[in-house]
Write a protein that binds this ligand. Structure first.
Ligand SMILES: [Zn+2]
Ligand SMILES: [Zn+2]
Length: 243
């Protein structure tokens, strides 16, 4: 199995340590043909890409680098946040045309669209996470919002499924399978991935292996993931960035 792309990397536009060019150079060094720059959506309270101007700057930077490194495809994307129960995400309409791909994942420090969803996302999920309350309805609602996002938007990858909030993996995987959205095998959280992979495996859904690099040195570093895939009996046909 040979990776040819890393679709999930961060830069200084959110809280990554490197520049876009440093991520591109790192991807080239790893022998990748594609690399995506996917910083956090603007409603992340501390680290989101702020406003259309910043996305425009990133777009121009990517376009200029594309000319400089024509044999590496450089994609500009976003790791968007779920901000409502219906699955709206935090990418403004006028930013969408600037992007080549959209990833969506749950993060907790996010400014949501309304108060009930704020309560749901911040309070109920935290209480459950720290074992302070047991909430049977939570998993269903978390899953419903994420499925809403996958149905509403052209989501290429759902990032780190089940990491920050509890979800019903087989149900989400079935919707992703229908929509052609991949579920992520995130190399920064590989330990947490085994159960989720097992739960998603038999649905036929596609996967994407990504680094979630926050430093250029991590771009394209898929150590451990390929072994895990093999162990799970998943071939490269099930993974969108392996051949
Ligand atoms: Zn994330
Ligand atoms: Zn990320």
């Amino acid at each position: 199995m040979r990776p040819f792309a890393d679709y999930h990397t961060h830069t200084r536009y959110s809280h990554g340590r490197g520049t876009i060019e440093e991520n591109v150079l790192a991807a080239r060094e790893r022998g990748l043909q594609q690399v995506a720059i996917t910083d956090h959506g603007p409603r992340h309270l501390f680290i989101g890409v702020r406003g259309k101007k910043a996305f425009l700057r990133a777009r121009r930077e990517v376009d200029a680098l594309q000319k400089k490194y024509p044999d590496t495809e450089i994609l500009l994307g976003v790791e968007a946040n779920v901000i409502s129960q219906e699955g709206e995400i935090d990418v403004p309409e006028d930013v969408m045309p600037l992007l080549d791909l959209i990833l969506v994942g749950y993060h907790l420090a996010v400014r949501t669209l309304d108060l009930p969803f704020t309560y749901h996302l911040h309070i109920r999920n935290r209480l459950q996470k720290y074992g302070l309350a047991k909430d049977g309805d939570l998993r269903r609602r978390n899953t419903r919002a994420l499925m809403g996002a996958v149905r509403k938007y052209p989501v290429k990858i759902v990032t780190h499924p089940g990491l920050h909030v509890d979800i019903d993996t087989p149900t989400l995987a079935r919707v992703c399978h229908e929509r052609g959205t991949a579920l992520e095998i995130n190399c920064s959280y590989l330990q947490e991935t085994r159960d989720f992979l097992q739960a998603a495996r038999d649905t036929g859904v596609l996967f994407a292996v990504s680094s979630d690099a926050h430093h250029p040195s991590q771009v394209g570093d898929f150590a451990g993931a390929l072994e895990l895939l093999e162990e799970m009996g998943l071939s490269e046909e099930r993974v969108i960035n392996l051949r």
